[in-house]
Structure formats: C-alpha cells, structure tokens
Design a protein around this ligand. Sequence first.
Ligand SMILES: Nc1nc2c(ncn2[C@@H]2O[C@H](COP(=O)(O)OP(=O)(O)OP(=O)(O)O)[C@@H](O)[C@H]2O)c(=O)[nH]1
Ligand SMILES: [Mg+2]
Length: 340
Amino acid sequence: MASVTPPQAVHLEEAENLVASLRDGNVRALARAISLVENDASGAASVLSACFPYTGHALRIGLTGAPGTGKSTLVDRLASHYRAQQQTVGIVAVDPTSPFTGGAILGDRIRMQRHHADPGLYIRSMATRGFLGGLASTTADVASVVEASGKTRLLIETVGVGQDEVDIVRLADVTVVVLVPGLGDDVQSIKAGILEIADIFVVNKSDREGADRVEQEIRAMQSLGGHAEGWVPPVVRTVATTGDGTGALAEAIERCAEWLRQTGKLEQKRAAAWQKRLVEMIRQKLVRELIHHRLGISDLEAHALAVAARNEDPYRLVDKLVRGLLDLREDDRQHPSIER
Ligand SMILES: Nc1nc2c(ncn2[C@@H]2O[C@H](COP(=O)(O)OP(=O)(O)OP(=O)(O)O)[C@@H](O)[C@H]2O)c(=O)[nH]1
Ligand SMILES: [Mg+2]
C-alpha cells in the first residue's frame, strides 16, 4: 500500500490543522477546505478523513425541483426557521447554470450577505461541471466538510430532476420535491424516478391558481404507486416569498426523519448512500493509480492510437491493465519493503 498513500501523508498535519480551525468557527478555513475537496486537490482525502469523526449527526435535507420553482427562497425560509430554533445550518446549492451565467453564485452571495453576521449559517454554491469523483459524491463530501464545522441541519438544493439530481438527493436523509402550479401537466411529465425519491412534496407558489390541481395529481400518482414502506409522502403547500407553510414543512421533515430513525430506515438509507460513494471512491482511486502511477499519459495516448487504428483490442487492453495493477498490489503486500 505504500505507494498509494504519500500525498495523504504529506498533507495530513496541514489537513488536521485546517479542520481544527474550521471547527473553531474560522470561515476562511471552512471555505478553503471545501475548495480543496471540490477541486479534488491533493490533501482532499486527508481533509475529508479529518472531518469524518465530526459527521453523521446532522440531518441532511435535499430539495429538488424544476428551475425557478422557488427552491432557494424556500431554503432561505427553512434556514431562518431552523436558526430561530437554535439549530445551525449549512446550505449547499448545486446549480448547473452557474458555470455559464454565474447567476446562482451571485444570488447566493446576496443571500449570504443577508445572513452575514450569523456564524450559525453557512452557504456554499457549487457548479456542476468537472468533478472527478462525480457530482453526487463531491456534493456529499462538501456537505460533510460543512457539517464538520458544527452544523446540525444541512440543506442541499439542486435543480432538476435529472439523473445527477436524483443521485444527489439519494445522498440526503430526507428528500423534498418542490412543485408549483401552472406548469401544465407537470406532475405526469416529471420523470418516473420522482415518486421514489420524494419523502415530502411541496407545492410552492400556492398563492397562485392551480395548487389544488397539483396536489390532486400527486395524490392520484400515489394511489397508483402503493406504499409498502409505510410512509406516504405528505403534500405541503407553501408560499416561500411570504414564508407561509414553512413551519408545516419543517414539521413534515422532522416527522419523516423521526420515522426513518425509528424504523431503522435512516441507517439503511445512509448505508446505501455510502455503498454508492465507496464504489465511486474506489473507482477514482483505481483510475488514479492506473493512469498516473502505472501507465502514464504518453502510454495512454499510444494505446489510444493503437485502438483507433484497430491494432489493439480495448477490451483486452483494459482487462490486462487492471489485472496488472491488482497483481502488483498483491506483490506489494508480499514484499512491502520493495516499494519503500
Ligand atoms: N408568487 C410566488 N413567487 C415565488 C414563490 N417562491 C418563490 N417565488 C419567486 O420565484 C422566483 C424563483 O425563485 P427561486 O427561489 O430563485 O427559485 P429556484 O427554484 O431556487 O430557482 P433556480 O435555482 O434558478 O432553479 C423568484 O422570483 C421568487 O421570488 C412563491 O411562493 N410565490
Ligand atoms: Mg435556486
């Protein structure tokens, strides 16, 4: 294993200092730790490892829904509600539009300014491109760093619902799907996955006409679905702009969390989420080992040329490469001194 760990070992002390500092309430340290994790910089694993003992206690709440349904406004309301209850809050907003417009990041800066003086609340926006470890895993990792800073409620906002968003909200304990009136036959047209992932439906913008209809459509869908699991996702109406329904939503979230705890489903859910993340972590580690430590970019290019010219069978190649890597690892274990 010796060859796998050096980058971590080098940064271990620095990472531990950084995490001690962010646990002390140093917001700059928190921002820097998140950036390391987001950029998958060397030392990111050490930061996450140092954060890990301080995670697992916060409730993770995922909110997802179509663009403009009022998720950010709602998250803001929930955050204020939790703050009034002496809970500390971390918000992670994942926004696919931000790489192009910067809009979400800007919006979140403005939000942040509003809560500026409040050390019990932290907001972080993430773009969705280019995460080596996968967007969902990176989001979960960022949430862990925020949690390690001492937050008890994590609100994860993602626009959707596409596969990426489904993957992200699967990492939450409680998932809130936000709908609004007036998108036509929207409930039917929402991806099939939505019924599965929603623990709670919110009909936001209930000040507009058509909230009844949306609720009826949800109920109709639910009656087809059948809820063997014993939790029928409630429908909560909100007007995020005025704050109406925020208390009811928070209560539904608490009830759901309590039900998950009591039935043991919270543990199951978290284990399922970890299983996905472990696969992702292993994948990442293997790729890094193989490409950066064994193969090298020039070899990779040579293989790519050979495959494109049909001189090499890519399936056999990959099989051989991975086998080679695993065999080497086997050797490492038998002769640990050789690598050092
Ligand atoms: N009438 C009405 N407008 C609302 C309500 N909630 C939010 N809005 C407005 O809807 C617009 C979008 O709100 P956001 O909170 O930015 O929505 P979002 O879902 O976060 O949007 P994206 O992150 O861009 O997908 C804003 O102009 C809000 O003021 C509501 O309950 N009623
Ligand atoms: Mg938003």
